[in-house]
Design a protein around this ligand. Structure first.
Ligand SMILES: Cc1cc2nc3c(=O)[nH]c(=O)nc-3n(C[C@H](O)[C@H](O)[C@H](O)COP(=O)(O)OP(=O)(O)OC[C@H]3O[C@@H](n4cnc5c(N)ncnc54)[C@H](O)[C@@H]3O)c2cc1C
Length: 542
């Protein structure tokens, strides 16, 4: 225990003063607007409203704050940037303190000599990449598309897909070491560390030494402890990039091609859409007209001339290259030599053609790479509708069948969706040589939450209609989500961002689930952290 907490009186006012003494009064919030923001995620409101928000500024403050909250009998809901949609950080029980990690946003040390970087848990992926760029370095997995604001602590807690995932897998595959604060204030440090020298603490340099303790906390959705400091592996930023885009007549053909691209280890990341999502994207953005986008595309090239040519291709391509009814697949390639990248692109072309893919302009592949972390305007639909994705990671061989089954579910809802003004789409990507992520997305007219106003750029928000509350549409989406989940379960799909949404517990046998429960009771004996998340017993109100 870091401090003597025996003199903290029970009750909220006493806890508020204790927390103010630990983190400073300016970092404890109890105003209605802040509590409302922290009590709903992008998908839904929590069952309860947070009692207080506390924002520690260091690992020491975090440890003292957690110990004080737990000793006072309150629950703890860690929150990074709040960019998730599975009930992971919303209060489910009364007496919940929302833990705002965004003050712990520093890049603590870039160490090119040991090829590691250490950040605080609330550091965003965009801040990490900005700090590494001058060194010509990056992490193998280097961010989700929400990385402008979403945090590395949040990304490790619920795992991530996207940049670098095609070659290097999810965020946790890049972890070297963690410092995790438990709910009673103890600190667990994982990873091999080179010896401390005078005045300097021991520095982590390698993940594996005995059982993989870091792995316990990756994907835990914050139920085991709070990630305070994270050390990630570095690599030299690949010198060469390539791009290719193809359109397929059916989702199944596209998924067969993507599976083969994954098996061959060709693309560093992929992104595919169905016609529904293409329609939404085209309504929202004018790619070719966006000067910032063109500048970013040009900047990826090694020379001014190549940059200008790349931007020109985007302008010339306009929107016409995107087929209305096809399934476009966009692939990004990277490597140490231009010849190696060209070989990978050629092999992907061969694979795509074998499945009937037609090559189209590679604009979207280029734009995805050039602007990896765009503003988060897509948390609302182009007509101001609410947006919520749901996903499953399918085995490569199963992905086409999963998609066919999902299409059958959506066909069953078609009439009711049309009446309620609900539209859907799909996004697809791959994870290393092993899985394809299938992400159906729902848009429905409904009131927005405070988190939407924080995420969307004010100028974009000003252009959007603001639909009223629509419980009927929301409940129809909920019904369809449940059927989508059934399909994923039938095919044994895995999930990131488990939160309170995905049926993790029922996917495990009794012995394995028993281990998860034992870990929880050892690491968080009071059951204070995110009660109910991962399917762990929500316990009694504390
Ligand atoms: C527009 C948009 C695009 C997206 N694109 C992607 C994408 O490309 N790939 C992808 O994988 N996801 C994507 N997401 C989903 C989401 O943004 C990511 O999962 C992201 O990792 C969430 O990070 P966060 O910091 O917002 O976490 P939060 O939503 O704040 O928290 C997520 C979970 O982690 C826990 N948690 C947060 N911080 C900590 C910590 N330090 N220690 C312990 N537990 C913690 C919380 O309790 C919660 O359970 C996208 C979301 C949006 C809105």
């Amino acid at each position: 225990m870091p401090d003597d907490l025996s003199n903290i009186a029970p009750g909220l006012p006493a806890l508020q003063s204790a927390l103010s003494a630990i983190v400073g009064p300016g970092h404890v919030h109890a105003d209605a607007a802040s509590l409302d923001l922290h009590s709903a995620d992008i998908w839904a409101r929590g069952a309860e409203t947070a009692s207080l928000i506390v924002a520690p500024g260091s690992t020491g403050e975090l440890a003292r704050a957690l110990a004080a909250i737990t000793a006072a009998g309150f629950n703890i809901a860690p929150r990074g940037a709040g960019m998730s949609y599975t009930g992971g950080y919303v209060p489910s029980l009364p007496n919940t303190i929302s833990l705002d990690m965004t003050r712990m946003n520093r890049v603590l040390a870039v160490r090119p000599d040991d090829m590691v970087v250490t950040v605080e848990g609330g550091c965003s992926w965009s801040a990490l990449n900005a700090a590494l760029a001058p060194h010509g370095l990056r992490t193998p997995f280097w961010g989700p598309m929400s990385g402008l604001v979403s945090t590395i602590g949040g990304g490790l807690s619920q795992l991530n897909a996207m940049f670098g995932a095609g070659h290097y897998g999810t965020s946790s595959e890049s972890v070297v070491a963690l410092a995790v604060v438990l709910s009673d204030g103890r600190i667990i440090r994982t990873g091999a560390r080179r010896p401390a020298s005078e005045g300097k603490e021991a520095l982590p340099f390698y993940r594996h030494y005995g059982p993989d303790l870091a792995g316990l906390f990756c994907g835990d959705c914050g139920v085991f402890g709070v990630k305070a400091e994270i050390t990630l592996r570095l690599m030299r930023a690949p010198a060469h990039e390539g791009y290719a885009s193809f359109a397929f007549a059916t989702g199944e053909a596209m998924l067969r091609a993507l599976a083969e691209v994954a098996r061959a280890g060709l693309a560093s990341e992929s992104c595919a859409f169905d016609p529904g999502l293409t329609r939404v994207r085209m309504k929202r953005a004018s790619l070719a007209g966006d000067v910032k986008t063109l500048g970013a595309v040009a900047a990826r090239e090694n020379s001014f001339f190549a940059g200008a040519m790349a931007a020109l291709r985007v302008v010339r391509g306009g929107r016409s290259f995107i087929p209305d009814d096809g399934y476009p697949l966009h692939l990004v390639f990277e490597g140490r030599s231009a010849a190696g990248v060209a070989q990978d692109v050629a092999e992907a072309r061969r694979i795509a053609r074998a499945e009937g893919g037609q090559e189209i302009e590679d604009t979207i592949a280029r734009v995805i790479r050039a602007q990896p972390f765009p503003p988060l305007n897509s948390v609302l639909g182009p007509e101001g509708e609410r947006w919520a994705p749901i996903h499953g990671h399918a085995a490569l061989s199963q992905a086409p069948a999963v998609f066919t089954a999902l299409q059958t579910v959506f066909a069953g809802f078609a009439e009711r969706f049309a009446e309620a003004g609900i539209s859907t789409g799909y996004l697809f990507t791959h994870l290393e040589t092993n899985a394809i992520t299938i992400e159906p997305v729902f848009y429905w007219p409904d009131e927005r939450f405070a988190v939407h106003a924080v995420a969307v750029e004010p100028a974009h928000m000003a252009r959007l209609p603001s639909p009223p509350a629509n419980a009927a549409a929301a409940s129809l989406v909920k019904e369809a989500r449940a059927q989508v989940l059934d399909v994923f379960t039938r095919f044994g799909c895995a999930h990131f961002q488990i939160g309170r949404t995905y049926p993790y517990r029922s996917s495990l046998d009794a012995a394995t689930w028993g281990l998860v429960e034992h870990l929880k009771s050892t690491l968080d004996p009071a059951g204070a952290l995110n009660p109910g998340v991962l399917g762990l017993d929500p316990g009694q109100p504390r």
